[in-house]
Design a protein around this ligand. Sequence first.
Ligand SMILES: [Zn+2]
Length: 242
Amino acid sequence: MKEKKADIDRRDFIKMGAVGAAALAAGSTVLPVGSKNQRAWANPKNCNAKLIDRLLEVMENDLVPLTQKEVSKGNKVFGAAILKKSDLSIVVAATNNETENPLWHGEIHAIKQFWEIHREQRPEPKDCIFFATHEPCPLCLSAITWGGFDNFYYLFSHEDSRDSFNIGHDLKILKEVFKHDPGGYARENYYWKSYSLRRLIDECKDKTEESFRLRVNRLQKTYAELSKIYQQNKDDTDIPLK
Ligand SMILES: [Zn+2]
């Protein structure tokens, strides 16, 4: 039994995860709903190695160079990329540009650029994977929702942003404006499901897990250096929430 890409809807994607949906889009066999193998495939304990590898690669090769450039102009370290579920190719990669407009967070900047693509060339948001280097702030959680995406993945958590990057606004806004404690928003809801890359890596075993962890450690060091540059220069910018 085969199923075409167009038949894969948001619910299927949420059930199976991106790799499952990508495999489906590539024409893999689809098992009847509720069959044992399909449940195993949907099981988060399965390691999504192909997707994890690709998202780390996008961060290493695409987002880090863009972020280096923007941090040197006074912008924050947050970046985002939108990829096609079908082949994991990049549609848009963007980083924070708050020196131009404090609303241009990495995610918002990516969504803005995505919707500026001519409709003939632009994929449907539901056919895309949304990746954020850092767990999206309340503004970006809403933007991902309004932008029509049914998922997002991230590497660094809200707690990392506060503790390792000295940017505590995400958690403070959640608490002050929405009365939510850390982790208090719905990580899976009617609109989307969110995935922590670290938690996905936890599901991998042995050498695969080890190699992913090494890459995450390297990225952590790179981002710590970028963060240091931002923190040193932030007082020279007009960004309201630094
Ligand atoms: Zn944001």
